[in-house]
Design a protein around this ligand. Structure first.
Ligand SMILES: [Zn+2]
Length: 335
């Protein structure tokens, strides 16, 4: 047995969490006040039989190692992960032998952790101070407004994996640090991040339209083009009436809570997913989900990006800022 499964099976989840959180038994599970966000009624649950904890309030969740990682406030990177593993190993009385520093730990398909290697560089910066040159040039190549990029990186932690930035959000809630080595940017555990992002944007009742984009770079591109698109003749909606939210990947689907946030206040929805099979599948699923809500009675609630005008182009980032703004304006005229 390698180290991580050994730690997880030797370190009692309930006892470990019970030292920090006052837990009350509820059926097979336990519940208490979440240590990772402020709350008055318990939305934090521990399932000893399943071996994980989950907070319905802030989305924090995972196994005993994730709990220690979050609780200790270790950095959201592989070093932080390693510190949490070390700490858990010590608590479980396990000597670590098979961890190779320099490898990233990732949760694999079989739910076992596997080590993956990647060309990874990590940049930490204070958003109030300097934006890393590497990130600025990445944004400039895509004609994305650096301020938009900066706004989306409030946590101040950007990693470049295989030359592409990987964003870690905190916004007061620490996120699980896993991320995949990938050709494109991606988030792991995106749902927790989504719900926070959505909450931030969608509690604002001025938002009449919600634009859902696929991935971080497309989200930034749309945000960068928004003001220009709203200035086009015939567009009656203003930028502050639009919430742009990013789905971490095409396989993302809004859950019921997100859906009710998205569709509250009689909002319209526009989806901008990639011009490929997965994108079309996502669009279809979101249209279906939105029209099944009680707000579904509204006509034309979901608008999709008119890829028909851009054959051969895969995403809005490829389209560039100017064409994105013009096409976005066409979309917004119907809203
Ligand atoms: Zn919580």
């Amino acid at each position: 047995m390698n180290t991580i499964p050994a730690i997880i099976s030797n370190l009692d989840l309930l006892t470990t969490i019970g030292r920090v959180v006052k837990l009350r038994k509820m059926g097979a599970d336990y519940t208490g006040l979440c240590p990772f966000h402020k709350e008055k009624t318990p939305s934090f649950t521990v399932s000893p039989s399943k071996g994980f904890f989950h907070c319905f309030g802030c989305g924090a969740g995972g196994d005993v190692i994730n709990f220690v990682h979050l609780h200790k406030g270790y950095p959201d990177d592989k070093h932080g992960k390693y510190m949490a593993i070390q700490e858990c190993a010590a608590m479980a009385g396990i000597t670590m032998v098979d961890y190779e520093p320099g490898k990233i730990l990732r949760k694999g398909k079989d739910d076992q952790f596997e080590a993956v290697t990647s060309r990874e560089t990590s940049l930490r910066f204070d958003p109030q101070e300097i934006i890393p040159d590497e990130f600025i040039s990445w944004l400039q190549q895509r004609e994305i407004d650096p301020l938009v990029g900066l706004h989306l990186c409030q946590s101040g932690d950007i990693k470049f994996i295989d030359g592409k930035p990987c964003f870690v959000y905190s916004n007061g809630v620490k996120m699980r640090p896993e991320y995949a080595s990938s050709k494109s940017m991606r988030w792991i555990d995106g749902n927790a991040q989504d719900s926070i992002w959505l909450l931030q944007h969608l509690t604002d009742i001025r938002r009449r339209l919600v634009i859902i984009c696929e991935g971080e770079s497309d989200t930034m591109m749309v945000l960068s083009s928004l003001a220009e698109a709203c200035d086009e003749p015939g567009v009656a909606i203003r930028p502050w009436e639009i919430a742009v939210v990013g789905a971490p990947q095409a396989s993302w689907r809004p859950n019921d809570a997100m859906l009710s946030l998205i569709t509250s206040f009689g909002r319209k929805v526009a989806v901008i997913f990639d011009n490929d099979f997965a994108g079309v599948e996502a669009e279809t699923a979101i249209i279906k989900a939105v029209s099944s809500t009680s707000m579904g009675q509204y006509d034309n609630r979901v608008t999709v990006w008119p890829w028909v005008f851009w054959p051969g182009v895969n995403d809005v980032c490829q389209l560039g800022r100017n064409k994105t703004a013009k096409t976005l304006a066409q979309m917004l005229k119907g809203i």
